[in-house]
Design a binder for this molecule. Structure first.
Ligand SMILES: Cc1cc2nc3c(=O)[nH]c(=O)nc-3n(C[C@H](O)[C@H](O)[C@H](O)COP(=O)(O)OP(=O)(O)OC[C@H]3O[C@@H](n4cnc5c(N)ncnc54)[C@H](O)[C@@H]3O)c2cc1C
Length: 296
């Protein structure tokens, strides 16, 4: 008899080669079938008996899901089965696109380790719904949308609000996310990502930020997304609003950091207390914003 935990329960494995075939299997087995992408999250959660699936539908054989395409003015489309390393390689080969989506590049470089990045997909990382993962921050920063397809048709959903908790999303059980669109940032915007993770792979606090026109309050655009500090990604809208005031950027960044400190409701766990995360969220955001505004 095998041990109850850390061994996989029995399940049926299927690997359709077309999207239609995969959608049909999901529609016929709604609630019993789950999608297997890189598999790191889904297999781990099944081993720990935190989720159940009678059928795992491996979508990696569906060729059309392995696409990366930049559409000038619209944004960057990343297919559902694109791994972290494939995205990094694409961005390294296309320095202009990498520059535009710098926060995406930096966060993907920080995602787990080189071996896991060969397997982990960007979409799987977002849909896994763990507070500590690296892909959700830049997705929300670039106001990304996913395309969700089922036998009933397709719909487009913003990434912000898509995840409800670990392994919980607002997707229907028979829907496949086929791609994610990272929207084109404003002209001249600088973006970046910081991950504070001494001695760990996951971050205690991760911050993604975008700064455009820092010296012109009328045209300034500042976006901030904090992850790993709270259960779900935190977009401190009150802190972003501060940058609309007619005050120097550095002053606005100070006020924004204070707003974050007041408004964030951080997690407390054995790695970091809520107070430490509050301090990190505010300080890391301030430093990142100043760095982006100065073009360092
Ligand atoms: C030792 C270790 C260290 C790690 N460190 C980090 C780290 O530092 N940073 C970090 O971000 N992550 C880290 N992770 C987590 C890892 O990166 C994620 O588990 C992985 O990215 C999930 O992607 P996946 O492709 O394996 O998804 P899967 O496990 O295949 O899927 C995850 C979930 O999404 C669903 N799903 C997947 N694709 C689709 C789709 N196209 N449509 C609909 N539903 C879909 C699945 O059904 C499942 O519910 C670590 C994991 C381990 C084991």
């Amino acid at each position: 008899m095998s041990a109850p935990y850390f061994t996989l329960p029995e399940f049926k494995y299927v690997k359709p080669q077309t999207l239609e075939e995969a959608l049909k299997i999901l529609a016929e087995n709604a609630g019993e079938a789950k999608i297997l992408n890189g598999g790191i999250g889904v297999l781990g959660f099944m081993k720990e008996r935190m989720i159940e699936a009678k059928i795992l539908v491996d979508i990696k054989g569906i060729k059309e899901l392995k696409k990366i395409e930049y559409m000038p003015g619209k944004g960057l489309v990343v297919g559902a089965t694109v791994t972290a390393n494939e995205l990094l390689q694409y961005l390294e080969k296309n320095p202009e696109i990498k520059k535009k989506f710098c926060a995406l590049y930096e966060s993907t470089s920080e995602l787990a380790d080189a071996i896991l990045r060969n397997r982990a997909t960007i979409i799987g990382n977002i849909l896994e719904g763990l507070p500590y993962t690296d892909a959700p921050g830049p997705a929300i920063l670039f106001e990304a949308e996913v395309k969700a397809v089922s036998t009933r048709g397709e719909r487009v959903l913003p990434v912000e609000g898509l995840v409800l908790g670990p392994m919980m999303t607002s997707l229907e059980p028979d829907e496949i996310v086929t791609e994610i669109l990272y929207k084109e940032p404003p002209a001249g915007a600088r973006t970046g990502y910081v991950k504070f993770n001494p001695g760990l792979e996951y971050g205690y606090v991760n911050v993604a930020a975008l700064v455009a026109n820092p010296d012109n309050p009328q045209k300034r655009d500042v976006r901030i997304v904090i992850t790993s500090a709270t259960t779900l990604p935190f977009r401190p809208k009150a802190a972003e609003e501060v940058f609309k005031q007619d005050i120097p950027f550095e002053k606005a960044a100070e006020l924004a950091a204070k707003k974050i400190e007041e408004e964030i409701e951080p997690l407390s766990d054995p790695y970091a207390s809520a107070e430490y995360r509050r301090y990190l969220a505010s300080t890391l955001t301030y430093k990142l914003l100043i760095k982006l505004a100065r073009g360092e």
